[in-house]
Write a protein that binds this ligand. Structure first.
Ligand code: NAD
Length: 320
């Protein structure tokens, strides 16, 4: 069994490698070669923690396993990250454990890779302005992955807590891009691509704020009750997702479905990757990717990290 500790991950796996792994597993999901198992998430009644599992099996990549982890709100006071996760992989032929991989950085990389995959396949090729809604931990990973997909010339940002916007400005500057803090009306009027990555429980962006041709990657809503855009914007847009079952229950589309939207209107992004759906149909269409975060993304990047750790000679081997 291989162990790849959290401290080794940063030096091993790049945003590019994460992108390739996530794009491939989304394609496998839509071919029916890979599937996610039901998600478990529970308040454990200790340390105010939320704990759970995301799991699945990719028959094409032979990745079988789970990501175990959750949210410990008291961790920051102990100098630890509040979100904690570890990926466990199993030999698909024998069921024996094959790897234990630190999952904290991998979660950020695989989440950023998902929105980047959507930008590659759904945004207008001439997109110039990247809009960021949210300035928390995940936001910088999102920006880094997004700028690799289009020739963005400027980043604009809005955050509920404006004092956090300096994080976006610093990241844009490191990427060689000018940054401007904007209102939500300015965001909708200027941005060609908008990434939302917040923990909001109310709609931030409204349908009438968005200009024609925009691509939105809504990445923050991964739980029942969370919401980043209003149901009318979901209705206006052509909606794509990682997994329809999650999109309609814990993703951004949950509110539109409650308001009467037919889930059949939502398309898995894997269909676009595989060429079974044309994706964007015109330069004026509004496209929206509802990125809910599936266990197969975690297994894909963890498998990649194991291979890279073995190649780099930093994988710790223990007898099972
Ligand atoms: P964080 O706590 O570091 O940042 C939270 C962000 O949300 C900040 O920008 C904050 O200002 C904003 N925010 C907080 N309350 C708000 C409110 N009431 N209205 C609007 N904005 C508000 O969190 P993070 O690690 O950057 O994660 C952001 C979100 O992404 C979380 O909801 C997290 O659960 C989600 N997430 C999704 C996936 C996925 O695969 N889809 C993966 C990881 C995290």
């Amino acid at each position: 069994m291989i162990i790849v500790p959290e401290k080794e991950i940063a030096a091993l796996i790049t945003p590019e490698a994460s992108f390739e792994a996530v794009e491939a597993v989304f394609a496998a999901m839509s071919r029916g070669d890979a599937y996610n198992f039901p998600v478990i998430r529970e308040a454990i009644g200790h340390a105010d923690a939320l704990y759970g599992f995301k799991s699945g099996f990719d028959r094409a990549g032979l990745a079988l396993g789970l990501k175990s982890g959750g949210y410990w709100p008291g961790n920051a006071d102990k100098g630890l990250t509040n979100h904690q996760s570890t990926v466990f992989l199993f030999d698909a032929d024998t069921g024996q454990p094959s790897a234990m991989v630190g999952g904290n950085l991998l979660t950020a990389l695989r989440t950023a890779a998902a929105s980047a995959v959507s930008i590659k396949h759904l945004s207008r090729p001439d997109s110039k302005v990247l809009g960021m809604v949210g300035a928390g931990h995940q936001s910088v990973f999102q920006m880094r992955a997004a700028v690799q997909q289009r020739g963005f010339e400027k980043v604009i940002g809005w955050n509920y807590h404006p004092e956090m916007l300096s994080r976006l400005e610093e990241e844009a500057s490191a990427l060689g891009l000018p940054f401007e803090a904007v209102t939500l009306d300015e965001m909708g009027a200027q941005a060609d691509v908008i990434i939302t990555i917040t923990s909001s429980f109310d709609a931030i962006l409204k349908a009438d704020q968005i200009k024609d041709g925009t691509h939105l990657a809504c990445m923050g809503t991964d739980t029942k009750g969370k919401q980043e855009v209003d149901a009318a914007l979901i209705e206006r847009a052509t909606v794509f997702t990682d997994e329809i079952a999650q999109s309609t229950t814990i993703g951004e589309a949950q509110h539109a479905v409650i308001a009467g939207m037919n889930p059949a209107q939502i398309t898995e992004i894997g269909k676009v990757i595989n060429g079974d759906h044309k994706g964007r149909s015109s330069a004026s269409e509004v496209t929206l990717f509802d990125g809910t975060g599936v266990g197969l993304q975690d297994l894909a990047v963890a498998s990649k990290a194991v291979t890279l750790a073995q190649e780099a000679g930093v994988a710790i081997e223990v007898a099972v």
